[in-house]
Design a protein around this ligand. Structure first.
Ligand code: HGY
Ligand code: MN
Ligand code: MN
Length: 409
């Protein structure tokens, strides 16, 4: 019933919409960039061609709505995100948005009118940006604070301006856009971005929950100096202190099974071979299903970093970039998705998500669930990211069955 050719074609067209001056390989379509806006225009046209009513809410979320037979019922929401990381793949987010579009388009083409409305959503800025992450889904369920909207990052502008660029309305975000009861349920297709389904021989899996994530943006300030004439005892080397963070983060997570910690972005100034690094701006993030473990890792990192800065007479600033709690999906939703995955692909397994997703925000006000798709060698956030057409098709069939089961209550 699902149009496999159209799904594959849409995936390849969207994957080709990328930032002109980005890394040669992979797909780069970061939130707020012109390429992102181009991708959204293309998506909006596909939503309209599928017979959906298209809108962009104040949080910058692109929404295609298919009405239901009972106008008193809240929508079943399906979707994901169309923004990518730098040098990313073609499936992270895109498969969820285009798979959801395929479900709605198939319902419409076959004249199948569900009781509940269906909303296909491309959540704005799911990926980590200097202005934050999960921004569209956070705006939807919690609004965005004036302090956050005023955050101003060189090259990105303020979050308020960036929101306006994507059709959002910062002034309307003082309160949540949706509240408990406004959404019947949320289901997202997403590539697993890990090796478990592949190792177990399953095409699809039912996600049991999403890790909690804490991410900080830190600037360490020392003093640039001549690398040849400044003796080791007088240096105020900012990068030497940040090196302590990188090794402490790795050690702290290695000693705690089920946790991860990463220094992913690092900007050295002046970044020249014969100059002592005077300033370093970097990010550090920690993840676990148990936030006590995240807190313990953060304490270890902070103690080591603070001591390294004191020793070198350095100063620092720390800004919270992201802080989301772990989410455990309701057993009834996991069971529904599990059954739909078996019906669509012959087998299934249950597994948690080590990646963050918009479902961790929408899950705060509505029953949420996710369908994971086998990922080649578990690789993601890289050009090698891949999920096979047959698995992608099965995931959309599973979403179709899940939506119908939810519609029947
Ligand atoms: O970072 C993540 O886990 C997701 O890809 N945004
Ligand atoms: Mn991602
Ligand atoms: Mn994603």
């Amino acid at each position: 019933m699902i149009n496999a050719h159209r799904l594959a074609h849409h995936l390849s067209v969207l994957a080709a919409i990328r930032e002109a001056d980005a890394p040669a390989h992979g797909t780069t379509r970061r939130a707020f960039t012109p390429a992102y806006l181009e991708g959204r225009q293309w998506l909006a046209a596909r939503f309209a061609a599928a017979g959906l009513q298209v809108s962009i809410d104040a949080g910058g979320n692109l929404i295609g709505r298919l009405s239901g037979s009972d106008t008193t019922l809240p929508p079943i929401m399906i979707g994901s995100h169309s923004d990518t990381v730098m040098g990313g793949g073609s499936y992270d987010g895109a498969l969820g948005v285009l798979g959801a579009l395929e479900v709605a388009q198939t319902l419409n083409e076959r004249g199948m009118r569900l009781r509940h409305p269906i909303e296909v959503v491309d959540f704005m800025a799911e990926e980590s940006t200097p202005l934050g992450s999960l921004l569209g889904s956070t705006a939807m369920v919690a609004g965005l604070s004036d302090e956050h909207l005023a955050r101003d990052v060189p090259g990105w502008g303020t979050l308020a301006d960036a929101l306006r660029r994507v059709g959002g309305d910062p002034a309307a975000l003082k309160t949540p856009l949706r509240r408990a009861g406004d959404i019947k349920a949320y289901v997202e297709i997403h590539i697993e971005q890990g090796p478990r389904l592949e190792r177990a021989g399953h095409a699809l899996g039912a996600v049991t929950g999403i890790v909690g994530i804490r991410r900080a943006d830190i600037t360490c300030i020392g003093q640039p100096d001549h690398a040849g004439t400044a003796s080791m005892d007088v240096r105020r080397d900012a990068l030497a202190a940040v090196a302590q963070v990188i090794t402490t983060a790795e050690h702290a997570a290695l000693s705690r099974p089920g946790t991860v910690a990463t220094v992913g972005a690092l900007d050295v100034s002046p970044n020249q071979s014969n100059v002592i690094p005077g300033q370093v701006r970097f990010t550090v993030e920690m993840r676990s299903l148990d936030m006590h473990e995240v807190e313990a890792i953060w304490q270890e990192i902070y103690r080591a970093f603070d001591a390294a800065c004191t020793q070198r007479q350095l100063s620092y600033t720390i800004h919270a970039l992201h802080d989301s709690q772990p989410v455990v999906f309701a057993e009834s939703m996991v069971a529904t998705i599990d059954a739909a995955c078996v019906a669509a692909s012959g087998s299934s397994m249950r597994l948690p998500s080590g990646a963050g997703h918009d479902g961790s925000m929408i899950g705060l006000i509505a029953p949420a669930g996710m369908i994971f798709v086998r990922t080649l060698h578990g690789r993601s956030h890289c050009p090698e990211e891949y999920s096979a057409p047959a698995d992608n098709l099965a995931s959309v069939q599973a979403l179709f069955e899940t939506v119908r089961a939810l519609d029947n209550g």
